[in-house]
Write a protein that binds this ligand. Structure first.
Ligand SMILES: NC(=O)c1ccc[n+]([C@@H]2O[C@H](COP(=O)([O-])OP(=O)(O)OC[C@H]3O[C@@H](n4cnc5c(N)ncnc54)[C@H](O)[C@@H]3O)[C@@H](O)[C@H]2O)c1
Length: 339
């Protein structure tokens, strides 16, 4: 079959990547979707089982830092669009293993950009999925896309460094890049090291939710399908060379999040909720909050469709229906050995 477009998704077996790949494969049967992923510890083959036999889907297991492999992909496939998601993503691990974050997040982006730019068949779009964490923490300031970038942990520093590489290809070659900076994304199939699935897994194992430190941390949470709709809209309507915040006004204090999840899972009276909370030491550097404005994206017609109540209901239900999905996760919700 001849396909109208070939899309390369890196990191397509991870949490957001697998939702993006499924959405592309289902929505665009006339597009060919290639997923390049190393299958790191945070992946499950079950994430893509619904589409793995589709004619318009191809999986390549490999390292985005492997320039021979990446050049070969661009040499043999006429890649029109790249969604670059492959990354090391766990902030806490980034303090312990900064070198591997630097390698995958920065070197991997450099290798991919160079291969895409040198390809004979010129890509129409290179969409880099970055994070609002590049802004660093804020108490009062609401960041827009022109705000200063001040990353405050090794993860966000490598994402920011990769952004500068991506932007340099626009500045120097007018290579058609777009950068997204999104809030915390949540939903089904997220690996258990991230806060919502971590709390849910702890509760499912009859353990307490661990609250790190005593500072009043909060996060803006965006449901994964809303993030995907933003990425697909930006593919069609985003202006090349631009950065787009992708976020929601739904800001949830971490303590409130834990209390809500305890209530949903344990169905206990409010007076017993504290019995399921445990306070543990904080990580070395923690951002209290990073609020962002998304007017630029909203002007293209995007709105978050899934309310917090609906998104968290769907997420909790999925983890209750699939208790063994991440069965190899260790008890505290991380799997440090393979980071
Ligand atoms: N989850 C969030 O809240 C969030 C928010 C904003 C931006 N992002 C960004 O979105 C992207 C995806 O995040 P996620 O939450 O799905 O992360 P994830 O950890 O679930 O997935 C990362 C994927 O990258 C793959 N990968 C890692 N190293 C690789 C390598 N060397 N070569 C090829 N593939 C490799 C992993 O196997 C995995 O499939 C990341 O770039 C992340 O920075 C995530």
């Amino acid at each position: 079959m001849d396909f109208n477009r070939t899309v390369l998704v890196t990191g397509g077996s991870g949490f957001i990547g697998s939702h993006l790949v499924c959405s592309l494969v289902n929505k665009y049967p006339d597009w060919r979707i290639i997923n390049l992923d190393i299958l790191d510890y945070c992946c499950s083959p079950r994430s893509l089982e619904s589409i793995e036999d589709r004619a318009n889907y191809t999986f390549i297991r490999g390292d985005v830092c492997n320039s021979r492999l990446v050049n070969h992909i661009f040499y043999t496939e006429n890649i029109d669009v790249i969604f670059h998601l492959a990354a090391k993503t766990h902030v806490e691990s980034s303090f312990e293993f900064p070198t591997s974050f630097q390698r995958v997040n920065v070197d991997g982006t450099r290798v991919l950009l160079a291969a895409a730019h040198q390809a004979q068949h010129q890509p129409q779009r290179f969409i880099y999925i970055s994070t609002d964490e590049v802004y660093g923490p804020s108490v009062d300031q609401v960041f827009d896309e022109t705000s200063l970038v001040r990353p405050s942990n090794p993860y966000s520093a490598t994402k920011a460094a990769a952004e500068y590489l991506v932007t340099s290809y626009w500045d120097k070659y007018k290579f058609p890049i777009i950068i997204t900076r999104s809030n915390n994304i949540y939903g089904p199939r997220q690996y258990t090291e991230k806060v919502i699935p971590k709390f849910l897994s702890l509760l499912q194992m009859k353990k307490k939710c661990t609250i790190q430190g005593t500072l009043p941390k909060s996060r803006h949470f965006l449901f994964v399908t809303d993030a995907i709709s933003a990425f697909l809209l930006l593919l069609e309507k985003g202006i090349v060379g631009e950065i787009y915040n992708v976020g929601t006004s739904c800001e949830i204090p971490i303590m409130q999040l834990a209390r809500e999840l305890i209530k949903m899972i344990k169905t206990i009276p409010d007076s017993e909720i504290n019995n399921w909370l445990e306070f543990v030491p904080d990580r070395p550097q923690v951002d209290l909050r990073y609020p962002i404005k998304c007017e630029k994206l909203q002007q293209l017609g995007w709105r978050a469709e899934v309310s917090w109540i609906e998104g968290i209901r769907q997420t909790v239900k999925w983890y209750q229906d699939n208790p063994d999905f991440w069965s190899d996760a260790s008890e505290d919700g991380t799997n440090q050995k393979q980071v």
